[in-house]
Design a protein around this ligand. Structure first.
Ligand SMILES: NC(=O)c1ccc[n+]([C@@H]2O[C@H](COP(=O)([O-])OP(=O)(O)OC[C@H]3O[C@@H](n4cnc5c(N)ncnc54)[C@H](OP(=O)(O)O)[C@@H]3O)[C@@H](O)[C@H]2O)c1
Length: 252
């Protein structure tokens, strides 16, 4: 795998799967653009990256729910590196909610998990067309499995999968690939951020591991390996594909 001189934007690079992906790509000499809201955490990731191959990443503090911030990501990347080769739409979050909670959770999940990747991809695509680059969207097994109390999240990730397929078809004529990685339960801050509390989160992760045929949950680094493969030229014949990495969680 070779990412030397490849300019790669990773959203949600401050922790979890995004951080793990950034660190792996840094080992292959990529020029990284790290996006998230927590600047302190981005700086910590950037410092680990710089130690790896001496290549300084660009930090863009951005709230993807704000259109001005999304535009800033592209402007700053072009200002700093002059091109874009890969976009990894990783930032996302879940929310415990269902019909009983009204429309706001739906709007929040759709905004963050599908509107943001849609908008950012639309802004980045002219540059990807120039570079014959690619996009990797991070979806979820929840895109095909209805999960109780996660309805808006499930719907948003199902929409993201269709976005992957439509964007792949639209951009294929320009030599740009678009794929998706759909993790099952994975170690990150995702479950803490659902607001369950430490004990509940630990219990949930144990249950999820027990429900998975391989009896474990994935590490963020394992998901990162799959993302990296799809982003690389090794995957040059793959577009519009949705890759599940879930320890067999979805098996009937
Ligand atoms: N972990 C799992 O079990 C699992 C399973 C299936 C799918 N996924 C998907 O994997 C992706 C990565 O999640 P993760 O597991 O690594 O979770 P995580 O550890 O909670 O990381 C989420 C990342 O998204 C960023 N983010 C959230 N809202 C943002 C916003 N409004 N603007 C900018 N950045 C924002 C966070 O950064 P800041 O807080 O610094 O902004 C953080 O870097 C998500 O799309 C998630 O849906 C995770």
């Amino acid at each position: 795998m070779d990412f030397k001189d490849k300019v790669i934007i990773i959203t949600g690079a401050s922790v979890g799967i995004g951080e793990a992906t950034a660190l792996k790509l840094a080992a292959y000499s990529a020029k990284l653009v790290l996006v998230a809201r927590n600047e302190e955490k981005l700086k910590q990731v950037a410092s680990k990256i710089e130690k790896c191959k001496g290549i300084k990443p660009l930090i863009v503090k951005a709230d993807l729910e704000k259109d001005e911030d999304v535009k800033k990501i592209v402007e700053k990347t072009i200002e700093c590196f002059g091109k874009i080769d890969v976009l990894i739409n990783n930032a996302g979050a879940g929310m415990i909610a269902g019909l009983k909670d009204g429309i706001l959770p739906y709007e929040k999940m759709m905004r963050l998990n599908i509107r943001c990747p849609y908008f950012l991809t639309s802004l980045v695509s002219p540059y990807l067309i120039k570079s014959k680059g690619n996009v990797v969207n991070i979806s979820s097994v929840a895109s095909t499995k209805a999960v109780i109390n996660l309805m808006p999240y499930c719907i948003s990730k199902a929409a993201l999968d269709m976005f992957t397929k439509c964007a792949a078809k639209e951009l294929a004529m320009h030599g740009v690939r678009v794929n998706s990685v759909n993790p099952g339960p994975t170690v990150s801050e995702f479950h803490d951020r659902l607001g369950l509390g430490a004990k509940e989160t630990e219990k949930l992760m144990k249950e999820r591991a027990e429900e998975s045929p391989l009896k474990k949950i994935a590490k963020a680094e394992e998901v990162a390996d799959l993302i990296m493969y799809l982003a690389s030229d090794m995957a040059c014949s793959i577009t519009g594909s949705v890759y599940v990495i879930d320890n067999g969680f979805l098996l009937p």
